[in-house]
Design a protein around this ligand. Structure first.
Ligand code: BJW
Length: 360
C-alpha cells in the first residue's frame, strides 16, 4: 500500500434479507469515510453499512491479492492473540488499553506470584473467568471456525487466548490448540496429585464471589487507574482471602487448585507443541494468519518465522499493524478490528451465511 492509499478507504454496502447481505469484493469501491459513517447497532435495518473506514485500512488490490492466495492455499495456520477477543469486550495484555499496562504482569502471571500471593492471583483469574463467561464470540471467531470446518485437516488455529471464545463459536476442537491453557481449567498444585478438570461454575468458591478486582477494560479511565498505585501495583481493594477459603483440590482434599494457565517460565503443554510441530513438518504451510497478537511471547511468536522460512506467506490482522515489515516480505496487512476484517477477507472461502445475526 502506498502512502497515498492510506487516505483511501474501501466501502462495502451490504444489502440482503439476512442483513449480512451479498458482498462481492469486486464491488468494493474506494471512497472516503469517517468513523461516524460506521453503523454498528443491532436494531438497525436491513441495509447494513459494513465499511472499511479510516480505522480499517487496506486497499482493494491488497484484499484481492490476499484472497487469491487464500483460495490457492492448501494448508493454513492461524496464530491468534488477545486482539481477536477485544471486540467481544475482553482486554488485551499490552499496548494501548492493554490490561497489563497498569499492572506488572510478572506479579500476576508467574508460578512465583501464585506461590507468594495465591489470594491475589486467584482474584485476578476469577475476574477474568467472569468476564470471559459474560463475553460472546464475535464474527472473527465464527469466521475462523468456519474456515477450520471447510479446510478440514488442512487448517490449524494456535490460540494464545485462554477465554474459550473460539470453542464457543464452534471452532472444531481438533483444529484448535490452546497454547497458553484455559481459564476454565483447574489443576491441583500438589506434587503427587494429578487432578485436572474443566470447571465452568463461577465463582469457584464463595470467597471469590465478590469480584471487585479491577479488570482494566479497553477504555482505561481515571477511575480504573486510581485502583492501581504509581508503580502499577494494585491497591487495598484486593481482599486477603485465607488459604482455606480458596479453591481446594476435591481429589486430594489438601492442596490448592490453580488456574490451568501457562504462566511465564512454564513450558507449553507437550501435546500442543507436538501437534503444532507435526502440522508444520508434514507439508508446506502456504499461509499464516497472524490475528490480534503482538507476537511478543515465545514460543508462540516463533511460528510466524517457521512458516515464512519454508516459503509460506503472512497476513496480519491487527488494529496497530506495522505494515511495512510484512508487506516487504510479500505478505498482507489488514489494519483494524480483526472481528470486522476476518469475515471480509476470508469470504471467498467461507461464504457469508454462517455468522449469527447478532454478530453481523
Ligand atoms: C487488535 C485489536 C482488534 C487490539 N483487532 N487486533 C527472552 C527471549 C525469548 C523468550 C523469552 C525470553 N525471556 C523469557 C522468555 C520466554 C517467555 C517469553 O516469551 N517472554 C517474553 C515476555 C519475552 N515465554 C515463556 O515463558 C513461555 N514458556 C516458555 O518459554 O517455556 C520454556 C520452558 C521449557 C521447558 C521448561 C520450562 C520452560 C510461556 C509463555 C506464557 C505466556 N502466558 C501469557 C499469560 C497467560 C496468563 C493469562 O492469560 O492470564 O499469555 S503472557 C500473555 O501474552 C498471555 C498472552 O496469551 C500472551 C500473548 O499476548 P497477545 O495475545 O499477543 O496480547 P497482546 O496484548 O500482547 O497483543 C494484543 C494485540 O492485539 C496487539 O498487537 C494489538 O494491537 C492488537 N489488537 N485490539 C485486531 N480489535
Amino acid at each position: 500500500m502506498s502512502g497515498n492509499d492510506q487516505n483511501l478507504v474501501a466501502s462495502i454496502s451490504l444489502d440482503g434479507a439476512n442483513g449480512y447481505g451479498d458482498v462481492d469484493t469486486d464491488d468494493i469501491s474506494i471512497k472516503s469515510f469517517t468513523d461516524s459513517d460506521v453503523s454498528s447497532s443491532e436494531e438497525e435495518t436491513p441495509k447494513v453499512n459494513y465499511l472499511l473506514s479510516d480505522t480499517m485500512l487496506s486497499s482493494s488490490s491488497n484484499l484481492k491479492s490476499f484472497q487469491n492466495h487464500l483460495i490457492f492455499s492448501k494448508r493454513i495456520i492461524a496464530l491468534v492473540g488477545a486482539g481477536l477477543s477485544a471486540s467481544s469486550g475482553l482486554p488485551t495484555f499490552r499496548g494501548s488499553g492493554g490490561m497489563w499496562r497498569n499492572y506488572d504482569a510478572i506479579d500476576l502471571a508467574t508460578p512465583e506470584a501464585f506461590r507468594a500471593n495465591p489470594s491475589l492471583v486467584w482474584q485476578f483469574y476469577s475476574a477474568r473467568r467472569s468476564a470471559a463467561l459474560k463475553a460472546r464470540p464475535n464474527a472473527g471467531h465464527y469466521s475462523l471456525a468456519e474456515l477450520a470446518r471447510i479446510k478440514n485437516g488442512d487448517f490449524l488455529t494456535l490460540t494464545q487466548n485462554v477465554d474459550g471464545l473460539s470453542l464457543r463459536a464452534n471452532h472444531p476442537s481438533e483444529t484448535l490448540l490452546d497454547l497458553h491453557g484455559n481459564l476454565f481449567e483447574v489443576r491441583c498444585t500438589g506434587f503427587l496429585c494429578n487432578y485436572t478438570q474443566m470447571v465452568f461454575k463461577q465463582p469457584l468458591v464463595p470467597a471469590l464471589a465478590d469480584n471487585d478486582f479491577p479488570l482494566i477494560s479497553a477504555d482505561i479511565d481515571d477511575a480504573t487507574v486510581s485502583t492501581v498505585d504509581n508503580k502499577g501495583y494494585i491497591d487495598e481493594k484486593i481482599k486477603n482471602i485465607p488459604l482455606k477459603e480458596l479453591p481446594i483440590c476435591p481429589k486430594c482434599k489438601k492442596d490448592l487448585l490453580r488456574p490451568g494457565i501457562v504462566w511465564f517460565g512454564e513450558p507449553l503443554p507437550l501435546k500442543v507443541i507436538d501437534t503444532a510441530d507435526n502440522f508444520l513438518v508434514q507439508e508446506k504451510v502456504d499461509l499464516i494468519l497472524v490475528i490480534g497478537t503482538s507476537c511478543s511471547v515465545w514460543p508462540a511468536a516463533g511460528y510466524v518465522d517457521r512458516v515464512k522460512s519454508k516459503g509460506g506467506k503472512v497476513a496480519v490482522f491487527n488494529i496497530e499493524a506495522d505494515k511495512e515489515d510484512v508487506e516487504h516480505d510479500g505478505g498482507w496487512v489488514f489494519k483494524g478490528d480483526a472481528a470486522k476484517w476476518l469475515p471480509i477477507a476470508l469470504e471467498p472461502v467461507i461464504g457469508r451465511n454462517f455468522i449469527p445475526r447478532r454478530c453481523r
